[in-house]
Every structure is written in structure tokens, then in C-alpha cells.
Ligand binder design. Structure first.
Ligand SMILES: NC(=O)c1ccc[n+]([C@@H]2O[C@H](COP(=O)([O-])OP(=O)(O)OC[C@H]3O[C@@H](n4cnc5c(N)ncnc54)[C@H](OP(=O)(O)O)[C@@H]3O)[C@@H](O)[C@H]2O)c1
Length: 255
């Protein structure tokens, strides 16, 4: 009856799936969210239920404000609380930074709609419910691209920079009841880059990443999940922070 509740957007795959499993394993009831493909979400739901969690499997596009508000109402109706929100759903277009003609205004708008406005809409929809549980935490899944100038496209880098700024801007506004932080993963081994780069480029970039990081490693989805969980469930005096999870590559590259 007293289990806490975590909502993780984009939790049918990759970082979101690992994060929602982490919450379920640690005693939370969870929302598993996706916008297109229900099949992988069902498999993640099975894993979470095996940890004893109640699961709400919810199709919602975070770029659609009505979807965000309907999800918040569904959580309020089912459990009456929300202790953790991880804004993980994201999108991009793979365009080399030097290819200035490769991005148009619509590309920027499509990417911002999910990565920036989607996170804002989720926070706005959930804030009243989260404020009822002092100590609640929000994590925005940003990227090293927001600070390194390296990423799938300039529009993506800019959107994650905006997400960081939004995190800082809301830290005061949501305090003292709700903390909000951001994480900046480096190269995480998920379908995101595998599909976006194709197998050969993916492997080449993976090898370069491993050689150029002090920790000689790419990032596992579970590494990011650990940080998201700690920032929501622990980190009682941390708000408005941006934490890199990149094996040290952005600040201390070897190459
Ligand atoms: N992989 C990396 O190297 C890396 C590095 C830094 C940051 N990140 C960030 O980490 C986050 C997750 O990436 P990932 O690598 O785990 O990607 P992934 O494996 O491709 O998973 C993306 C998830 O987001 C969902 N999704 C996409 N658009 C959505 C929308 N509009 N509304 C709701 N759900 C949506 C997808 O399900 P549907 O397709 O069914 O909607 C899926 O569950 C993204 O924000 C990304 O920018 C990734």
C-alpha cells in the first residue's frame, strides 16, 4: 500500500528501461511509458512485476501536453502519489555538425518538442502531485552533447543545453518540496546509437570512445539508472545539479 511511485518516460528501451527496473527492484510502483511500440514495454513490465511492483503501462507522447496531463491524472487515480519523475524520452536526427544545410527549422522544432517541451510538460503536469510528498525528485536525462559540442546533431546538442538550463531554472521554483537535477550520459550502449549510426560506425566510435576515456569504458544503461535512482531517492540536499556519467571523457579525455 505504501510503495513509492516512479514515472520514467521512454522506459520501453535502453536507459529508461534500466531505470524503471531499478526503481521497481528498489520497492517502487512504476509507470512504463512509450509513444509507439508497446511490445518491448510489455517485456519491461514483466521484469518490474517480478520485483513485486505494480505497473502502469502507458502510451503517451511527451510532446503532447494532453497526454502528459492524462498520464498525471492516471497516476493520481491509481496510486494518489508520485515520488520520482525521470524525463528520459528523447529524440534526435543524425546530421554532422559541419553539414549546416542538413538541419531545417522543422528538425529543431521536432527535437525541441520532445527533448525540451516534453520534459517541461511532464514537470508541469506532475508538480502538484509531487509537491504533496516533500523530498520527491525529478531527473532530466540530458547528454554530454550539451556541454562537449559532440553529439548526433547541433539541434540535439542545443536541445540538451536547453534542458540543462530548464533544470537550473526550475530548481528554485520547485523547492523546497521537489528537487530537480540532470544527468549527462556519454556513449551509452542502447539501440539509440546502434540504429542511428549503423553497425560499422557504431563499432568504430565505440572503440574510439573506449580508448579516449580514463575509465576505458562505454556506459551501460544501468550506470545511468543508478544515478537517476540516487538523485531521486537519495541526494536529499542536491538540487539544480548536472552530473556527467561519461567515464571521465568530457573533462579528462585521453585523446
Ligand atoms: N544512448 C546514448 O548514448 C545516450 C547518450 C546521452 C543521452 N541519451 C539520452 O537518453 C535518453 C534515452 O536514450 P536511449 O539511448 O535509452 O534510447 P532508446 O533505447 O532509443 O529508447 C528511447 C525510449 O524513448 C521512447 N520515446 C521516444 N520518443 C518518445 C516520446 N515522444 N514520448 C514518449 N516516449 C518516447 C521510446 O519508445 P517509443 O519509440 O515506443 O516511443 C523508447 O522507450 C534520450 O533522452 C537520449 O537523448 C542517450
Amino acid at each position: 500500500m505504501n510503495r513509492k511511485v516512479a514515472v520514467v518516460t521512454g522506459s520501453s528501451s535502453g536507459i529508461g528501461a534500466a531505470t524503471v527496473r531499478r526503481f521497481a527492484k528498489n520497492g517502487y510502483n512504476v509507470v512504463i511509458n512509450f509513444s509507439r511500440n508497446a511490445e518491448p514495454a510489455r517485456a519491461v513490465a514483466d521484469d518490474c512485476q517480478a520485483f513485486g511492483a505494480e505497473v502502469l503501462l502507458y502510451k503517451a507522447n511527451v510532446a503532447d501536453d494532453a497526454d502528459c496531463r492524462a498520464l498525471a491524472s492516471a497516476v493520481e487515480e491509481k496510486w494518489g502519489r508520485c515520488d520520482a519523475l525521470v524525463n528520459n524520452a528523447g529524440t534526435t536526427k543524425f546530421v554532422a555538425a559541419a553539414n549546416l544545410e542538413g538541419l531545417n527549422a522543422q528538425d529543431f522544432q521536432d527535437i525541441y518538442a520532445v527533448n525540451v517541451i516534453g520534459a517541461y510538460q511532464m514537470i508541469r503536469a506532475f508538480a502538484p502531485l509531487m509537491k504533496r510528498n516533500p523530498g520527491a525528485g525529478i531527473v532530466n536525462v540530458s547528454s554530454v552533447a550539451s556541454v562537449s559540442g559532440i553529439g548526433s546533431s547541433v539541434a540535439y546538442m542545443a536541445s540538451k543545453g536547453a534542458l540543462n538550463a530548464m533544470t537550473f531554472g526550475l530548481a528554485r521554483a520547485l523547492a523546497p518540496e521537489v528537487r530537480i537535477n540532470a544527468v549527462g550520459p556519454g556513449m551509452v550502449e542502447t539501440p539509440w546509437l546502434q540504429n542511428g549510426l549503423g553497425p560499422e560506425r557504431y563499432e568504430a566510435i565505440r572503440q574510439t570512445y573506449i580508448k579516449s576515456t580514463p575509465m576505458s569504458a562505454t556506459i551501460a544503461p544501468e550506470d545511468v539508472a543508478d544515478a537517476c535512482f540516487w538523485l531521486c531517492d537519495g541526494a536529499r540536499k542536491t538540487t539544480g545539479e548536472f552530473i556527467l556519467i561519461d567515464s571521465g571523457r568530457t573533462k579528462f579525455p585521453l585523446l
